[in-house]
Ligand binder design. Structure first.
Ligand code: AKB
Length: 318
């Protein structure tokens, strides 16, 4: 199978591309983004410059590389989306509709387009948020995620296409930095802990959100893509949980390894976004239908993150 990845230079794309190249072979994973990606992506396999709003350019890439699957990751996240809502709407919906339409026209075998916990809103139950629940988000990013789930499901129902998706929690990683999300504090805190021994957080101490470490995120994404179609009942909107903690718990986990670490708080516009999202999600459908099971807990992730970021600092990379 030859697979196109959009948004390969982003936080998830940069690691997913390399992981998929290990599984499917370097030449079978065509990375694309509106800008050049990391050296490791550019050197290890094919890369195409692509603006996801340019449908014919995307079609040409599909033809050129004989693509039969797409991971559509190019998107504007919540915080940038609130600064520029129309930009978020245009990129997120315009990119997705191009991918879905091309999937139909070019008879692609399978598409994965992620959703997010941002699909939920303040009226959604916050603890162990059910799979089926109120979807009335108050951010433009969240609105594009709900509309995206509905749209993807429409293509599954109406055209019999194989489109899959999962609702990502905040993703924590030590590769490419996240850009423009609300959950970015849970990554920045580790970098600042290593670099400065202190961090000023843009949400308050008791802000609790569902989070996931990158190795689990890659596993969830790839496992859903590779799951046997006959096992799936839902397709486009799986809740996937892993861990859930507030900022105090995160800071305390870091203090176990950096005892002098200090944190203070200057909540800004991110707070209202975080407050509209759940504390934890019920992911039993993902567990039952395609065997989802996370591996990392908070302390295991903290140890791994601090080790990896320290190595980057020692090498002069940060
Ligand atoms: C964001 O914070 O916008 C993203 C997300 C939860 O989808 N990380």
């Amino acid at each position: 199978m030859k697979i196109l990845i959009t948004g390969c230079a982003g936080q998830i794309g940069s690691e997913l591309t390399l992981e998929l190249r290990k599984i499917y072979g370097n030449e079978n994973i065509i990375a694309s983004d509106i800008k050049e990606a990391s050296k490791s992506i550019m050197k290890s396999g094919p890369f195409e410059l692509l603006n996801v709003l340019d449908k014919e350019a995307m079609r040409n890439i599909i033809h050129k590389h004989n693509i039969s699957g797409i991971f559509h990751l190019a998107a504007i996240l919540s915080a940038v989306g609130e600064k520029n809502p129309m930009f978020a709407w245009n990129i997120n919906m315009g990119g997705l509709i191009n991918v879905l339409e091309l999937g139909k026209e070019e008879k692609l075998e399978r598409i994965l387009c992620p959703s997010s916990i941002a699909a939920f809103g303040p009226e959604t139950p916050t603890e162990n948020t059910p799979q089926e629940t109120v979807l009335r988000p108050t951010t433009m990013y969240g609105i594009t995620k709900v509309a995206g789930e509905l749209l993807a499901n429409y293509y599954v129902q109406k055209y019999g296409m194989d489109v899959r998706g999962l609702r990502y929690p905040g993703i924590i990683s030590n590769g490419a930095l996240p850009g423009g999300g609300t959950t970015d504090y849970a990554v920045a805190i580790y970098y600042d802990a290593i670099k400065y021994g202190k961090y000023t957080c843009f949400v308050n101490a008791n802000t609790q959100l569902p989070m996931m470490y990158m190795p689990d995120c890659l596993k969830a994404t790839i496992d859903l893509f590779r799951a046997d179609k006959k096992d799936l009942k839902r397709f486009v909107d799986y809740n996937v949980g892993s861990m859930s903690f507030d900022v105090t718990e995160l800071a305390n986990s870091i203090k176990k390894y950096i005892p002098n670490f200090e944190i203070d708080y200057m909540p800004d516009y991110h707070q209202a976004i975080a407050d509209s999202w759940p504390n934890s999600v019920d992911d039993s459908c993902a567990r039952e239908e395609w065997g989802w099971k996370p591996s990392y807990n908070l302390d295991a992730m903290t140890q791994d993150m601090l080790k990896a970021i320290k190595i980057k600092l020692d090498k002069g990379e940060i």
